[in-house]
Design a protein around this ligand. Structure first.
Ligand SMILES: NC(=O)C1=CN([C@@H]2O[C@H](COP(=O)(O)OP(=O)(O)OC[C@H]3O[C@@H](n4cnc5c(N)ncnc54)[C@H](O)[C@@H]3O)[C@@H](O)[C@H]2O)C=CC1
Ligand SMILES: O=C([O-])CC(=O)C(=O)O
Length: 328
């Protein structure tokens, strides 16, 4: 029997990431090739943005996606989020050259307070949310805090682009296939303070750390390359990463929805206190997913260097979250 459609809201639908993301959701890349979807698309109540959204929807129509069971345009989160199963919160102001994510905090805080409240009011009680718009971890925290009637664990932030970037760097360094790398994690904030950690990673059962065996490379090349990749893309393209960000959003929700078969992935999730990360901090953790639920990989040894890196990114997150407390 055909599956009932799932409702997916995407905000910032007429933006750059939206343009790479919507077509893939409608094609079944996110929720499965047998899962019909209804797209509920939100843009700001601005004539140009709404007109651009109409154009994107015309193109989606022109793809005649067999899995697309409906599509609506919205300028108000209270209608866009009605009865949704998934929310992909992309809409935010992107960072321009020379700006850090923190600069965007207060403007974005208003957006995510309003959207959290709307999710709380009208979304399905089981709605699962991924925040992409930066500063992603803190925006996800704000949305979660603004939706007290929904399960906090269903609010997540996107660290998957960082995870994928790290995979790609490790594949290039070792000369092995990306698909063969397992047990990678990116701890903390989606910002240059993040800690991509390959101490547990394996390729065909062999330790990646011993294969590379180069702490200098880890500290002086790998960590800064992955941590500053977003800025490097902006510098090269004049625009922030879009197709790779959309791809990471697809990966994040795909794995959450369909499961990871025991493979580790990185998700930004509200901490349950694991690894001494204070409860509720929206932090990148290694997880496995099964039956629509994620579970933090437990029991990893945290050495002194890692603890220092994990605390560094934690401190930044705590500061960001303290900075928006008065708005919550
Ligand atoms: N977490 C991550 O790994 C990544 C996050 N990002 C972030 O994603 C966000 C979006 O990036 P782009 O698509 O390139 O930006 P963009 O500027 O091309 O598109 C953003 C769209 O969001 C819309 N928008 C703004 N406020 C909105 C609101 N309150 N409700 C609905 N729509 C709203 C805008 O009208 C615009 O069309 C940025 O914050 C960017 O920094 C980008 C790459 C990676
Ligand atoms: O840096 C930005 O604004 C875009 C981003 O998050 C990334 O590419 O990682």
């Amino acid at each position: 029997m055909a599956k009932a459609p799932l409702r997916v809201a995407v905000t910032g639908a007429a933006g750059q990431i939206g343009y790479s993301l919507l077509f893939r959701i409608a094609n079944g890349d996110m929720l499965g090739k047998d899962q019909p979807v209804i797209l509920q698309l939100l843009e700001i109540p601005d004539e140009r943005a709404q007109k651009a959204l109409t154009g994107v929807m015309m193109e989606i129509d022109d793809c005649a996606f067999p899995l697309l069971a409906g599509m609506t345009a919205h300028s108000d989160p209270m209608t866009a989020f009605k009865d949704i199963d998934y929310a992909v919160l992309v809409g935010a102001r992107p960072r321009g050259p020379g700006m850090e994510r923190k600069d965007l905090l207060s403007a974005n805080a208003q957006i995510f307070t309003a959207q959290g409240k709307a999710l709380n009011a009208v979304a399905k009680r089981t709605v699962k949310t991924l925040v992409v718009g930066n500063p992603a971890n803190t925006n996800a925290y704000i949305a979660m805090k603004s939706a007290p009637d929904l399960p906090a664990k269903n609010f997540t932030a996107m660290l998957r682009l960082d995870h994928n970037r790290a995979l790609s760097q490790l594949a290039a360094k070792t000369g092995k296939a990306v698909a063969d790398i397992e047990k990678l994690v990116v701890w903390g904030n989606h910002s240059p303070t993040m800690y991509p950690d390959y101490r547990f990673a394996t390729i065909g059962g062999q330790s990646v750390k011993s294969m590379i065996n180069d702490e200098e490379w880890n500290k002086n090349t790998f960590l800064p390359t992955v941590g500053k990749r977003g800025a490097a893309i902006i510098d090269a393209r004049g625009l922030s990463s879009a197709a790779s960000a959309a791809n990471a959003a697809i990966d994040h929700i795909h794995d959450w929805h369909c499961g990871t078969n025991g493979k580790w992935v990185t998700m930004g999730i509200p901490s349950d206190g694991s690894y001494d990360i204070p409860k509720e901090v929206m932090y990148g953790f290694p997880v496995t997913c099964e039956n629509g639920e994620y579970k933090i990989v437990q029991g990893l040894e945290i050495d002194a260097f890692s603890r220092e890196r994990m605390n560094f990114t934690l401190n930044e997150l705590t500061e960001e979250q303290d900075g928006v407390k008065h708005l919550l």
